[in-house]
Each structure stands twice: as structure tokens, then as C-alpha cells.
Design a protein around this ligand. Structure first.
Ligand SMILES: NC(=O)c1ccc[n+]([C@@H]2O[C@H](COP(=O)([O-])OP(=O)(O)OC[C@H]3O[C@@H](n4cnc5c(N)ncnc54)[C@H](OP(=O)(O)O)[C@@H]3O)[C@@H](O)[C@H]2O)c1
Length: 226
């Protein structure tokens, strides 16, 4: 049975991906910050598949390394890392604060880099694996009021492209899947941002599974709401 590690797994898209991968026969390593929520979610998923659920803050390099190492210690291999944990905040160039920029980049960019670094060490040894980053259409739409979020997701796309070039010929794949608006708690501070036509994360998770199952040369996939 293949092994997948998913960051930000306790809710939203991460929870939908965890459920879909469990049904597909993956063993799971799941992490997010709220210890109670990830433990409860891990307990529920473990009824479907062997699951290791860990408290994880991707802003901390030591926790990213510990997360990947604990998964490999439990299951002996790593086939898929999904860097899904992410946060969102609105702000124009006048409004954006140092805390916003730091928090968005540490979560949306640094976390994926540290988790990938630990995963690449394992996947290179296996000569197989897939690192999949969850981007956003904000990385290409570059809208106003998305100064820090848009820049962080564009950086994540850049990181993925560099990683992919570096891993060419190793048997390890790197790609980024960028959805448009989904009905999740990402906008909890701005509930009126969620629009009727935002996508269901379960439907997006299925499209991501298709991308995982059918490798092509395309390494940055965007999926827009209707
Ligand atoms: N919703 C959308 O419209 C949309 C559109 C495009 C892209 N995305 C991207 O999709 C991904 C998932 O977002 P979502 O919509 O599912 O949001 P969500 O419902 O808010 O879920 C985010 C998940 O990430 C975890 N998380 C946040 N900060 C973390 C950290 N520092 N370390 C570890 N886990 C952390 C959260 O749990 P804790 O708070 O307990 O840590 C939660 O499990 C994000 O990368 C987001 O940018 C979302």
C-alpha cells in the first residue's frame, strides 16, 4: 500500500484529499496545528486505512522534518507528499503588515520547502515519489488586495518549477495544483467572500487524484470555478 503525507489535513481540501486517498488504499501521515482536531480526524480516517496523525506547524522546520521522519519510521516509505497547509489574508500594499507577510510566506512557502527537503531525501533513495504543492489561481491572476497571498502562491509555483528541474531523471515528480475559490473555512475571517459558485473541495480532491494518477508533462495545473 502506498504512503501519502498531507499537511493541513484536518479540514477543508486537506480533509477531502485524505478521505479520497484513504479510499484509494493509501496509508496516511496527517498533520495540522490544532492537536485535538488532527487527532480526532486521524481517528476517524484510521477506520478506513492505517493512519498516523500528528500535530504539525509547517512554519517550523524542525516540525516539518519530524513529520516526514515519523511517517517513514511508521510506514517504511513515502510515495506522495501533499503540501496543502495554507492560510489566506486580504491586504493592499498600504494595508499589509510585517506579520501578514511573514505568516503567509512561512506557512505557504517555507513550510512546503522544508517538508519537501525532508521528503526528497527519502524519495531519492526510493527513486520514486511525488511532491504535490497546492497553489492557487491567485498566483496567476495577481489581483489587487492579494499582495502577500498572491506573492506567496506565486513563490510556491516558482519553487515547484525549480524543484521539478532539479529532480529530472530521478524518478521523483514535482507539480503544483492551483484551484480557484472553494467552499472551505479558509475565508473564516471574511465569510461574505465565499461565493455560491465556489467549488466543493470534494470535487477538487477528485480532480487532484486524477492528476496524481495520470502524470503528464504539465506541472502547473489550474482548476477554475465555473
Ligand atoms: N479555499 C479556497 O478557495 C482556496 C483556493 C485556492 C487555493 N487554496 C489553498 O488550498 C489549501 C487548503 O486550504 P483550505 O481552503 O482547505 O483551507 P482551510 O479549510 O482553512 O484548511 C487549512 C488547513 O491547513 C491547516 N494549517 C494552517 N496553517 C497551518 C500550519 N502553519 N501548519 C500546519 N497546518 C496548518 C489548518 O489546520 P490548523 O489551523 O489546525 O493548523 C487546516 O487543516 C491552502 O493551501 C489554500 O491556500 C484554497
Amino acid at each position: 500500500m502506498p504512503v501519502a503525507a498531507i499537511t493541513g489535513a484536518s479540514k477543508g481540501l486537506g480533509a477531502a484529499l485524505s478521505l479520497a486517498l484513504a479510499r484509494r488504499g493509501y496509508r496516511l501521515v496527517l498533520g495540522s496545528r490544532n492537536a485535538t482536531e488532527i487527532a480526532e480526524f486521524g481517528q476517524a480516517i484510521s477506520k478506513l486505512t492505517p493512519t498516523l496523525a500528528l500535530r504539525l506547524d509547517v512554519r517550523r522546520k524542525d516540525e516539518c522534518v519530524g513529520f516526514i521522519e515519523a511517517g517513514v519510521e511508521r510506514f517504511g516509505r513515502l510515495d506522495l507528499l501533499i503540501n496543502n497547509a495554507g492560510i489566506w489574508r486580504l491586504g493592499t500594499i498600504e494595508q499589509v503588515t510585517e506579520d501578514d507577510v511573514r505568516d503567509l510566506f512561512e506557512t505557504n512557502v517555507f513550510g512546503p520547502i522544508w517538508c519537501s527537503q525532508a521528503a526528497v531525501a527519502v524519495m531519492r533513495r526510493q527513486a520514486s515519489g511525488h511532491i504535490l504543492n497546492i497553489g492557487s489561481t491567485a498566483a496567476v491572476d495577481l489581483k489587487p488586495s492579494h499582495i502577500a497571498y498572491g506573492a506567496s502562491k506565486a513563490a510556491l509555483v516558482g519553487f515547484t518549477g525549480c524543484l521539478r528541474s532539479e529532480l529530472a531523471g530521478t524518478g521523483v515528480r514535482a507539480s503544483v495544483f492551483s484551484p480557484g475559490g472553494m467552499k472551505t473555512g479558509l475565508f473564516r475571517a471574511y465569510p461574505d467572500r465565499v461565493k455560491e459558485d465556489y467549488m466543493d473541495p470534494t470535487v477538487v480532491a477528485q480532480r487532484i487524484l486524477d492528476h496524481i494518477d495520470h502524470p503528464t508533462e504539465e506541472w502547473h495545473i489550474t482548476l477554475r470555478r465555473r
